[in-house]
Design a protein around this ligand. Structure first.
Ligand SMILES: CC(C)(COP(=O)(O)OP(=O)(O)OC[C@H]1O[C@@H](n2cnc3c(N)ncnc32)[C@H](O)[C@@H]1OP(=O)(O)O)[C@@H](O)C(=O)NCCC(=O)NCCS
Length: 295
């Protein structure tokens, strides 16, 4: 009987393989996502601090994981934490387990002095009680820019260990893709999302040493998902190098480094970005979040 099961609270348990696999099973059962893919990509974010309840047999019953997610917001560095992997097994829902792990995670974030806490959810109402506010995510749509300069490009393959290493190195030293709102690094989630997304193309612009993550959007436009490099090439040069000539372009982050004017369009879909931070740490202008940075 679930009601009689004794549960043990544990935090910061990623050092133990069995506990990590038990969390992976909870996430597979809840969301149908296999996080053990991370094991071949270098492992989960080392800053992760998970908070969870386990049963006597070692099954993970409830979890939320905090991790360091440094951000740039309106040109200013913000020491932020992200929350991810929030789930409770169905038989154990409705008795405060999620509240308990959330409270432990938020106490940890406050104790560590994080200025902001961010999460992505399709149930924003669940998080208002903890002081989170929804922030609208946008895409940026505009015409194809003219007069780009073409350079050599090499396609990267997430199944190639050498290509993953190239990508991982660039992720370590990347420039935030926007000054309006962007994660400073986010290596592990980028690799994880890129490994799962079969539509995503990764092209290394060799002279700029920047990886362009892109895809064809459903409306036929060129979708610029993310850019990973110490230098952000202009959009015109990106399109010329990729030898694509779309009628219009959709960019998934605020395009302030791209040398291109676009219209901000509120994102449709279930995913909402929730932010728990002082008012002056919220982005003043429309911004987006690259799907490669989702967590
Ligand atoms: C959402 C989920 C984590 C809640 O777990 P739980 O252990 O049942 O939650 P708790 O019993 O601790 O409830 C905490 C509070 O949240 C409320 N709540 C639970 N699910 C909610 C939902 N979907 N929307 C809004 N509020 C919700 C509860 O009513 C409770 O309110 P109270 O404190 O006023 O009594 C669980 O249902 C689950 O794993 N769902 C599937 C995965 C998921 O949606 N994860 C969150 C993704 S970001």
């Amino acid at each position: 009987m679930p009601g009689r099961t004794r549960l043990t609270f544990r935090q910061d348990y990623f050092g133990g393989t069995a506990a990590w696999l038990a969390l992976a099973a909870l996430l597979e059962d809840t969301f149908g996502i296999d996080v053990t893919i991370l094991d071949r990509l270098g492992g989960p974010d080392p800053s992760s601090v998970p908070f969870a309840f386990f049963d006597a047999a070692g099954a993970c019953i409830a979890n939320i994981t905090a991790f360091s997610l440094p951000l740039v917001v309106d040109g200013v560095f913000v020491r932020a934490a992200g929350l991810q992997s929030g789930a409770v097994r169905p038989d154990f829902r409705g008795r405060g387990l999620y509240r308990a792990v959330m409270q432990a995670a938020l106490d940890h974030c406050d104790g560590e002095g994080f200025e902001a806490v961010v999460l992505l959810t399709d149930t924003p109402e669940l998080y208002r009680r903890y002081g989170f506010c929804p922030m609208a995510l946008h895409r940026f749509v505009g015409p194809m820019p003219a007069q780009g300069k073409a350079g050599p490009v090499r396609r990267l393959d997430m199944a190639s260990e050498a290509d993953v290493t190239v990508l991982a190195r660039l992720l370590e030293g990347r420039r935030p893709v926007s000054d309006r709102f962007a994660p400073l690094r986010q290596k592990e989630m980028f690799l994880f999302n890129a490994a799962l997304d079969t539509e995503l193309r990764l092209d290394l612009m060799e002279e700029d040493n920047a990886v362009i993550a892109w895809r064809r959007e459903e409306d036929g436009s060129f979708g610029l998902v993310d850019i990973v490099g110490a230098h952000i090439p202009r959009l015109a040069d990106i399109l010329a190098s990729l030898r694509v000539t779309p009628s219009h372009v959709t960019v998934h982050f605020a395009p302030d480094h791209l040398g291109w004017e676009a219209r901000a369009v509120p994102q449709t879909g279930d995913l909402v970005l929730m932010l728990r931070a002082a008012e002056d740490l919220r982005p003043a202008l429309p911004f987006g979040l690259p799907p490669t940075a989702e967590f």
